[in-house]
Design a protein around this ligand. Structure first.
Ligand code: NAD
Length: 489
């Protein structure tokens, strides 16, 4: 059951992903989808919408009619108690028509204020009373702060146990985010160096070119810290910093990630200025077009105090990472769309190849998460010619084109994981709670102290000057994000 079946997420991501699973044979013929939304639609109209949504993102859709025939529609206001019984009857009928063995997945692709109500009704009206498995897939944001997340969790947990809740962080479905673990734990050359003896700092960037678009109302209350740092950025940090799990099971991996979040140094009060920078975009030029400043966008307060950019320095206080800063930055209306991790290794003890024109570059391992997918290792090698001089070289691996297949979309992987009951790439409540308690200490201060310098970066740039200073005071600088050329690999 997809709640919010006529919405943007369902149309852009869920239906095309389900179709790909169907086409690859990962979804058997024994499935049915009930779309739930407010708008009145017939099954036929709904099926036409499904076809349109699939066709808009997939070129080859030979089995589209067969696929769409598995979709049913139920018009229903989720706050209306009476309608759940009708929904349950439809579900029971489809259960027997398609031999579903009482297995049900409830996907909440709706505004978060409804999550609690829906979960309660699902239980009270018997929809979770099934003979097979029942799973709840829930979209971000999971709460607004620790307290609201806790309240939401309590409501959900009345109907579903923790291992039945699949909290989506779509970054965890991305191929190269999943690859972090393999790069680390399957290579003899990296894991021995993956600590404070050999790594000087780590930089995680997730930049967007887009502004706030039509999401001003939501974003005003959220800002970049809640929208990106609490979930995606901290999840990537946890994967980068965790200890090798003893087994690749959901429980073992999650418990290692939780230990990283527990070791994250809390940043509070006056320290926040030392560790975090906030920014808000002004007007500027993006890809040759003049764009508005954040305060001029729709549904945004002209004196808004909301941050559209965050840079921060995280410290993980454990044996492995003591003294290694992990810098994160994320923002809207930046110079390029890119999600990238740079691991900077420490300088070698002595440079034999120094020349006045060139200093030796540090070794970098760059993990390109999006839009390109790949790995680059920056080394130094001999410069061609008479003299022995060093010059930087890059070893590139581009994920694309290796096996002739497009890498599956994050939602395709996550939907498949959920059907198989693999919750590894979903966030456990403990991770959510620890992330919120870290972020809350910062957002509490930012909300109550007006940023006097907003707007402080122009659209189409890499953020405010203070974000550069955050690294400069430690003797580092941000590595550029646009240095990977897949076509030349
Ligand atoms: P949307 O506004 O496009 O769609 C909302 C859907 O909910 C519609 O189908 C609407 O009919 C339905 N709905 C609203 N009120 C209802 C009610 N009272 N009863 C029954 N149905 C009702 O929203 P969206 O962009 O698809 O986002 C859905 C969720 O996914 C949100 O939690 C959002 O934060 C999250 N999300 C969306 C995206 C995205 O790319 N759109 C990405 C990440 C997370």
């Amino acid at each position: 059951m997809i709640f919010g079946a006529t919405g943007d997420l369902a149309n852009r991501k869920l239906y095309p992903s389900l179709y790909k699973l169907f086409e690859k044979g990962n979804l058997s013929d024994k499935f049915a989808v009930i779309g739930v939304a407010r708008r009145p639609l017939t099954n036929e109209e709904f099926q036409e919408n499904i076809k349109k949504s699939v066709k808009s993102s997939i070129q080859k859709e030979d089995r589209i009619d067969e696929f769409a025939s598995h979709f049913y529609y139920h018009s229903h206001d989720v706050t209306d108690s009476n309608s759940y019984a009708v929904l349950n009857n439809l579900a029971n009928q489809l259960d027997s028509n398609y031999d579903l063995q009482g297995n049900r997945i409830f996907y909440l692709a709706m505004a978060p204020e409804f999550f609690g109500t829906i979960a309660l009704h699902l239980k009270e009206d018997g929809l979770t009373n099934v003979s097979g498995f029942k799973r709840l897939v829930i979209e971000k944001p999971f709460g607004h702060d620790l307290q609201s997340a806790q309240e939401l969790n309590d409501q959900i947990r009345t109907a579903f146990s923790e291992d039945e809740v699949y909290r989506i962080d779509h970054y965890l479905g991305k191929e190269m985010v999943q690859n972090i673990e393999v790069i680390r734990f399957a290579n003899a050359i990296f894991e021995p160096l993956w600590n404070n003896r050999y790594i000087s700092n780590i930089q995680v960037t997730s930049s967007e070119v887009l502004g706030v678009e039509e999401r001003g109302r939501y974003y005003e209350k959220s800002g970049a810290l809640r929208d990106m740092v609490q979930n995606h950025m901290l999840q990537m940090v946890a994967l980068l910093a965790m200890e090798p799990p003893i087994k690749l099971t959901t429980e073992e991996i999650r418990s290692e990630k939780v230990r990283v979040l527990r070791a994250l140094r809390p940043i509070e009060g006056e320290e926040i200025k030392e560790y975090f920078v906030r920014g808000q975009y002004d007007k500027g030029t993006v890809e040759g077009t003049q764009v508005l400043g954040y305060r001029e966008e729709q549904m945004v307060n002209p004196e808004s105090n909301t941050e559209t950019y965050v840079a921060g320095k995280l410290m993980i206080d454990n044996f492995r990472w003591a003294g290694v800063p992990i810098y994160i930055r994320t923002g809207k209306r930046m110079d390029a769309k890119s999600t990238k991790i740079v691991i900077q290794f420490k300088d070698i003890p002595m440079n034999l190849y120094y020349s006045p024109e060139e200093t030796l570059n540090p070794n970098l391992l760059v993990i390109h998460i999006q839009p390109e997918e790949g790995i680059t290792l920056h080394l130094n090698a001999k410069k061609a010619g008479q003299n022995i001089a060093a010059t930087p070289v890059k070893l590139n691996y581009a994920n694309r084109g290796i096996d002739g297949l497009n890498t599956p979309e994050a939602y395709e992987k996550l939907l498949f994981d959920c059907m198989r009951g693999d919750a590894t790439n979903f966030t456990h409540w403990d991770e959510v709670a620890l992330s919120w308690s870290f972020v809350d200490k910062i957002s509490d201060v930012w909300e109550n102290q007006k940023a006097e310098n907003y707007p402080n970066y122009n659209a189409g740039t890499m953020g405010p000057r203070e974000a550069d200073e955050l690294l400069e005071k430690d003797g580092f600088h941000w590595w550029p994000i646009s240095n990977f050329d897949v076509d030349k690999c």
